[in-house]
Design a protein around this ligand. Structure first.
Ligand SMILES: [Zn+2]
Length: 146
């Protein structure tokens, strides 16, 4: 067994620590504010979207027949790469609900429209109607206090 000099031991400890930090950093999703291009912090869970119309699947690259068969056999299709999520932007100084579309490792964000809430899973009726704005305001106030 080879003994390490104190300097080498120090070095190996440092590098293992650096690895841990890198692991943590790579876990962070590459989600940026569309306006400021800075990192966004998630402040909600994901509300996945589903499709229940053939056109919705067609827009997402399904072939016509495949889309028709999918809707016919399952009625609703969970869109695994699309969800609504609320983020805090330090530059905007506010939270915003975004429609997130994940393409590989790329996240595409657009402001969530009210219609999209009707496609979201696990949403209580209170979120799916005009009180979304109210909810967002409450969240923003909470963040300011913190
Ligand atoms: Zn921003």
């Amino acid at each position: 067994m080879k003994l390490l000099s104190p300097g080498e031991r120090q070095k190996s400890k440092r590098s293992s620590r650096r690895c841990e930090r890198n692991r943590n950093r790579s876990k962070r999703r590459e989600i940026y504010c569309p306006i400021h291009l800075c990192y966004l912090d998630s402040v909600s869970k994901k509300y996945y979207l589903y499709a229940d119309r053939v056109e919705q699947l067609r827009q997402r690259g399904y072939g016509k027949l495949n889309a028709q068969l999918s809707i016919k056999s399952r009625t609703t299709i969970l869109l695994e790469n699309e969800w609504l999520e609320e983020f805090w932007c330090i530059e905007c100084q506010k939270t915003e609900w975004y429609h997130v579309q994940k393409h590989g490792r790329i996240y595409h964000l657009s402001v969530a429209s009210r219609e999209l809430w009707q496609q979201a899973t696990g949403v209580s009726p209170a979120y799916g109607n005009p009180s979304v704005g109210e909810f967002t305001r409450r969240q923003a106030q909470k963040l300011k206090i913190r």
